[in-house]
Design a protein around this ligand. Structure first.
Ligand code: SF4
Length: 188
């Protein structure tokens, strides 16, 4: 079973997923992690009073922190917006501009696949939300994105099946902000 939150970590650096899966290490998280948690908690409170009219979508229902699972993946989506003819999965980002990384895109595709099965409606878009006043941006999902997603999932399964400590192409900047930097000093 792949935790969907691990997909982004795998793309950031495959070694992170290895550490989480096979090593009994409790890393020290950088400060931005607790700031992100505070931001999410604030959005959970604001959810109770929001109508999401700003999105200008034909919304039927919005699900907050929806747990999703199938036989191969599981995770909790920040928001699943059920519209008349489609679903759109959204993620809160504690940043000023809605910038979509590859890791975030792959993660949102994973939630979208499960939410699409759960609500029996198709998906073709994902959304990022930032700030406390629902600044948002919608991104189209292309066929190439879905092909890339399949490749990432297959790579994750292979690494987990083979239990081989992976090589990393993470940049020095990535390593500096990584919670495992004190355990990973033999990069190749
Ligand atoms: S320190 Fe760098 S190479 Fe090691 S797990 Fe973190 S990002 Fe990857």
């Amino acid at each position: 079973m792949i935790l969907i939150s691990h997909i982004r970590q795998f793309i950031f650096c495959p070694r992170i997923l290895y550490f989480y899966t096979f090593c009994d290490i409790k890393p020290l998280y950088p400060e931005y992690v607790s700031l992100g948690t505070q931001y999410h908690n604030r959005q959970n409170e604001l959810f109770k009073s929001r109508k999401f009219l700003k999105f200008k979508l034909p919304i039927i229902r919005v699900y907050n922190n929806l747990y999703l699972q199938d036989l191969s993946m599981s995770g909790i989506a920040d928001l699943v917006i059920e519209c008349e003819d489609e679903i759109i999965v959204a993620e809160y980002k504690n940043q000023n501009k809605p910038i979509l990384s590859t890791g975030a895109k792959m993660q949102l595709i994973a939630y979208s696949i499960l939410a699409s099965k759960y609500l029996n409606k198709p998906f073709s878009k994902i959304m990022l939300i930032c700030s406390n006043n629902l600044k948002f941006k919608i991104f189209d999902i292309t066929n190439d994105d879905l092909i890339k997603f399949d490749k990432v999932i297959n790579s994750i399964k292979k690494m987990i099946d083979q239990e081989i400590f992976p090589h990393s192409n993470a940049s020095i900047a990535a390593c500096i902000q990584c919670e495992f930097k004190n355990y990973c000093d033999d990069r190749e």
